[in-house]
Design a protein around this ligand. Sequence first.
Ligand SMILES: Nc1ncnc2c1ncn2[C@@H]1O[C@H](COP(=O)(O)OP(=O)(O)OP(=O)(O)O)[C@@H](O)[C@H]1O
Length: 314
Amino acid sequence: MDAVRAEALTKSFAGVRAVENLTFSVAQGEVFGLVGPDGAGKTTTMRLLAAIMDPSSGDAWVLDRHVVKDAEAIKEEIGYMSQKFGLYPDLTVMENISFYADIYGIPRKGRQEKVDRLLAFSNLTPFKKRLAGNLSGGMKQKLGLACALIHTPKVLFLDEPTNGVDPVSRRDFWRILYQLVKEKVTIFVSTAYLDEAERCNRIGLIHQGRLHAIGAPEEIKSLMAGTILEIRSSNSRAASHLLREHFGPGSVGLFGDRIHLVTQDPEASRREVEKVFAPAHLEMIAVRIVEPSLEDVFVSVLAVRNGVRHDKSL
Ligand SMILES: Nc1ncnc2c1ncn2[C@@H]1O[C@H](COP(=O)(O)OP(=O)(O)OP(=O)(O)O)[C@@H](O)[C@H]1O
């Protein structure tokens, strides 16, 4: 039995296809990442799978329960942490967890042990009397997670859980997620951070409601044929602009001050870059071959989507 299965899952809003024809499955115990930029359709997919919203067409099942026909049963089996997870700022950490325990009808007997365990698990025990409104962003996310876990769900849906959270808290949050995986919880997480996608067992790249690639991070990276030439220049922004015009947007990505150029022939491309830079008085400070990152793959996937011609196949 799969944890999640979707077949031709589609959702439209007044002419906007938020999610289009998604077909994929997630095995139990997997950490699956839905990766895409803002507006790609991640939240809509989560809501469809969490049985909060009905699809326009297509089907989906969570633990073999149908998201429309068995919606109520699904809600008992899953935890869902939305982007604006409903924490009460004027209740303490402890009171927020108790509130969710009431909603889920957790029996009084054994409840305290459960709450204590969740507090310890999410490293919130020292803050249990603090008002939720006074927690840092990272702690709020952990409290949201603790609340979403109160009924011991088998599948956990997390919609951009670390959005806007500092890198240290993000790492901490993932450490907690891996503990859940050890307890056989399936995790379905959406993220716009590609470095975070690398933490998943498998990922799906979503853009404009469509799934463009699915597989282990390493598999997704291997979809990209070609070598990455990393270039540093005296003016990376201007340089990347010129290189995009010359090589095509699907072959050039700018990551901070590093330009990534996808090429079949690194040496020939290096010479060509020098020729492009010379009339613009741009200097090539450093150049080297690097392993493609997921970000490189994304640039490439989006270029295909937008009909940009380039020399990679996906
Ligand atoms: N209730 C709605 N009514 C109309 N359009 C909607 C609705 N919900 C989502 N959309 C549209 O569907 C598309 C996908 O939105 P969705 O929120 O699923 O994306 P996302 O990847 O989660 O992005 P974000 O991280 O910005 O929320 C967007 O174009 C959005 O404007």
